[in-house]
Each structure stands twice: as structure tokens, then as C-alpha cells.
Design a protein around this ligand. Sequence first.
Ligand SMILES: Cc1ncc(COP(=O)(O)O)c(C=O)c1O
Length: 398
Amino acid sequence: MKVPYFVPSVDENDLASVQRVMNSGWLTTGLEVKNFEAAFSDYIGSKFCIAVNSATAALHLSVLASNIKAGDSVLVPTMTFASTAEVLYYCGVKPILVDCNLKDLTLDLTDAERKLQSAQKEGAHVTGIMPVHYAGKMVDMDIVEDFADRHHLEIIEDAAHCMNSQYFSKKYDQWLNKSKKSLTQCYSFYCNKCITTCGEGGMICTDSEEIAHTTKSLSLHGLSTDAWNRFSSKGNSFYDISQNGYKYNLTDVAASMGCSQLKKAELLKNKRAKAVNLYRELLQKHPFIHLLDDDPERFKSSHHLLVIRYEQPDTLHPSRDQLLQALKECEITPSVHWKPLHLHSFYKKQGFESEDFPNATRAFEEIISLPLFPDITEEQIVYVVNTLNKLLHVEKKF
Ligand SMILES: Cc1ncc(COP(=O)(O)O)c(C=O)c1O
């Protein structure tokens, strides 16, 4: 049996939407993007949504539109994808990497406090924090909000994994899918995310009209009006370049798939949830495999990734890297999210050292992301678990 890491769920409706736009005579940013932004705004419950061509672009524009300025420093988890910190360098801002906790691999705020104090002692002007909601489970934003208030930090949420996740806020006594205090939430529609817009795409969500206006204009060269408006019968044919911007707009072709995928976002999530529940049931009492803490009383996950920690018991058992390779040889494709930033050569050159991130360094040696996608079958999941057991010399068979 073959178990790929991910298979996108693209159905007839998605294809029909794309084809309709391909035949319409208008391919780039236009009405479809406006419709997608409006539908996403309803789904997320955000006043303004600005569609862009990646979450990386969304994060970059959020930093540019914020009060974070060149020369400042911003707290970022080391356990994240390249984008979260790289956009800070685009803006001349220095990332301060922060360790994760071991229970769910999200930002450790005790370490954030330590790192912030030590950076400030060295004269850093720390003005922001970028929590990353990991694998589908959100960071407890109550704690982040208090931390940010105490230190006067701007919050930008990297919500690439989490378009349908929630946390229970004790502070506001309600389930929330975003902090009430963050400047923006940045979502990804990359091919394996909760929904996709033809493989690449992103969204900036904000309740601030000013941030919406600035990021919208920055996403298209800083122009005062887009092509759709210029070419419409009542539109002005001229534009003004009001600020130096970027080419980050989403196409109508991509947005049409976004509209179609958004309609089944809950269905896709429920299918992933079913798969995760089965994995968790089969792996829950495993001697060497630990599941991350899901804490369902306080968190509803989007189930974007299924990350396990494998603790090699002794050298008679495979190492994590050997296990990854052995799974591939059994036609199961795993992944790793992530090698933390501080272990990459670029970040080592910036002076980050392993011993300052003991949890993330240890987690990296143990984590494996198992195949997960909406249409994964029960048989495939059982095959993955049985194969893991066989490779780890565990008797249990399902
Ligand atoms: C946590 C996180 N942030 C940002 C990104 C970047 O998303 P995109 O590929 O849409 O730029 C990713 C992509 O995988 C991610 O995992």
C-alpha cells in the first residue's frame, strides 16, 4: 500500500470554478478576489480580509503596516517555518528566537520573557511578538495578550495552519479563532493547508480599516486603485503610486478555487479530524511514540498536521532519521515540522546557539509528521501504524 504525505482535495466544483474564470476573459485580481475576501471575512468573523499570493506575503505586509520599525526586534518562535522570521529581515527588523514548550511545541512564554529581558539589557527595542499556531492547535492568546500588554508589543498571528481552529478564552469567556488584540492574522492556502487556492495563496485578516487599506495598497505596488477598478466603466483610468509596494496580489483564478474550497472547509476539517482521532486511538498507549497535547477542553484544532514524538528507547531500535527512511521504504511518506530556525546555517551565522533552545533542539530529534489529508482511508492509517509498530518491534497489530 502507498501512503503519500498529502493529497489535495480538489473536486468537480473546484475545477468548474477555475474553468469558469479561465473562460471569463478576466484572470487576474478582480471580482472573484473580492468575493473570496468577503466570504472569508464571513467565515473568520473579521472586518477586513485582503487576499495575497502567500502567507509569507501576508506576514511581510503585516509587519510593514505595523508600528514595528527597522532596527526594532520582534519575538518569534524558533519552532516555525522560514517565513515567520524571514519577513522581519525583509523589513530590517531583528528576530529574537524563542524556545517552544514540549507539550504542544508552541511558543514558550516563560522563555519569551527571558529572551526579551536579556535583549532589552543589550539595548534592543522590542516592539512585537509573532505567535505561530502550530499544526492546528492555537497558542493560548489570553496569555500572549497579557504578555504583549505588559511589554507594549504589537501582535501578528501566524495562522498559516489554523483557518478553522479555536481556543477557549477564559479572559473573554468564549471560544475565539483569533486574538481581539492582534493587528492581523495571516492564513496560508498553500497546497497542503486547510484549503488551497490552486496551490499558493494567503489572506491578511484585520479589524483595522487603516491596516486593511495599507496592506491592500502594498500588495499591488502601492497603487491607489487596481486594474479591475481602472477598467470598469465608472473607474478612473489613472492610478497614483502612493507608497512603494510589492507584487503580492492573488489572481481571480486562484480566488475562484478559494471560494469553492471555502464552502467545504468544515467538511475537509471534519474528515481530517476523523483521521486524527483514529491515529490517536491507535497510538495513544504506544511505548515509544508520544502524541502532542491536544487539550480539547480549551482548544479545537484544524487538524492540519499530525505530529508525533518518537523517543528512541535504545540502539536496538531505529533512530528517528532511520525510522523516517524506513517508512519511505515502505511507501509511506512522512515529513518533519520543523527543523527549528536556530539549527539552520543562516541562523547559526546570526549567532543563535542550540543550548538557548533546549526544548526545540530536543523536539527536532524526535518529531515526525505522519501522512494526513482529508481523504486518507482507515486502511492507510492502520497500515501506517502497523508499519511503525513493525519497525519499532512492537507486538501490537490492528
Ligand atoms: C507556520 C507557517 N507560516 C507561514 C508559512 C508560509 O505560508 P506560504 O507558503 O503560504 O507563504 C507556512 C507554510 O508552510 C507555515 O507553515
